[in-house]
Design a protein around this ligand. Structure first.
Ligand code: DOR
Ligand code: ZN
Length: 349
């Protein structure tokens, strides 16, 4: 609910439908950044080694809960990393126990720690059929990995060559297109209402590819899928703020140590957990859509996943620009917080 002059906005407590928490000291450093504002998050399984089995997901969940500071509440929604060796019965058992809320598909080689991902989609057919039967969503990193496909075209080509055939072959499967970056992704969701949703990150609403490459290379704006042309950013903003419930927030907040980002072969990922809600409020205000922020951050995701919305609320207040730290510290070194290149007037109370 926004008050008369929209200086204050109270919304249901948000969830993050795509988050990288990592493990060990990194987990310890980044978990509070998310738990401060978010009630739940879909936890990505691309650890080394990946979280493939129900037993691995249960152990990872324990490590997350052990890293949660006293007095903070947070519910990790666990996922399994789909491999060609995944056992459909193990997936079904992990779902039935309530532990696992989605399975993640990485095409092999598409991104960070995706070497164990899928090469031959026929080899995961039985798992996808089982997931359709039990209503367990598939979260998809939608990029082809063929060397001859230009990196800026990899999402659009994936939709035609991989995603659409998968959905036709397994019509009952619920699919989340993760971190869409193109108008093609938006259009595909809009033209396929059945069992299809998409997450949109905070950073893809803010940056286009010029921000990565003009005036010197900016490693902290490099992520995958890589940010595209301005017309695509505008399509994402229209989708996120347009009130269509099939689009919801998945930050893809993906921390890497600065020394690995600022590197001759820099890692992909933007770390946005710290300032995501202030950035989103600014973006939604710019689009005249503050009344739709709650749908994007707090209502559409639970509706897609068939989960209850959160009981608690958060309040955002408008005022002098909020100053966030440039970096957070981890035991292994600093991690740079995403710089939205604009003043942020909304703070979370
Ligand atoms: O930028 C990204 N970083 N994209 C991904 O798909 C993976 C993520 C990571 O794990 O760092
Ligand atoms: Zn991700």
């Amino acid at each position: 609910m926004a008050d008369a002059m929209t200086q204050s906005l109270t919304i249901r407590r948000p969830d993050d439908w795509h988050l990288h928490l990592r493990d060990g000291t990194m987990l310890q450093a980044v978990l509070p950044e998310t738990a401060r504002h978010f009630a739940r998050a879909i936890i990505m399984p691309n650890l080394v080694p990946p979280v493939v089995t129900g037993a691995q997901a249960a152990a990872y969940r324990e490590r997350i809960m052990a890293a949660l500071p006293e007095g903070m509440a947070f519910e990790p929604l666990m996922t399994l990393y789909l491999t060609e060796e995944t056992d459909p019965e193990d997936v079904a058992a992990a779902h039935a126990s309530g532990l696992v809320k989605a399975v993640k598909l990485y095409p092999a080689g598409a991104t960070t720690n995706s070497a164990s991902g899928v090469r031959d989609f026929d080899k995961v057919r039985a798992t996808l059929e089982k997931m359709a039967e039990i209503g367990l969503p598939l979260c998809v990193h939608g990029e082809v990995t063929d060397a001859e496909i230009d990196i800026f075209d990899r999402e659009a080509v994936f939709i035609d060559r991989v995603l659409d055939p998968i959905r036709r072959a397994t019509p009952g499967l619920k699919v989340v297109m993760e971190h869409i970056t193109t108008r093609d992704g938006v259009d595909y969701v809009k033209s396929n209402p059945e069992r299809l949703g998409a997450t949109i990150t905070t950073h893809h609403l803010v940056i286009n590819r010029n921000n990565i490459l003009v005036g010197g290379i900016k490693p902290h704006y490099y992520c995958l899928p890589v940010a595209k042309r301005e017309e695509h950013r505008l399509a994402l903003r229209a989708a996120a703020t347009g009130g269509d419930a099939r689009f919801f927030l998945g930050t893809d907040s993906a921390p890497h140590l600065d020394e690995l980002k600022e590197h001759a072969c820099g890692c992909a990922g933007c770390f946005t957990a710290t300032n995501t809600l202030s950035i989103l409020a600014e973006v939604f205000e710019q689009e005249g859509a503050l009344d739709r922020l709650e749908g994007f951050t707090s209502l559409n995701g639970p509706a897609f996943y068939g989960l209850p919305v959160n009981e608690g609320t958060i309040t955002l207040s408008r005022g002098e620009p909020v100053v966030y730290p440039d970096k957070i510290d981890t035991e292994a070194g600093p991690v740079t917080v995403f710089d939205p290149m604009m003043p942020l007037h909304w703070r979370v109370d």
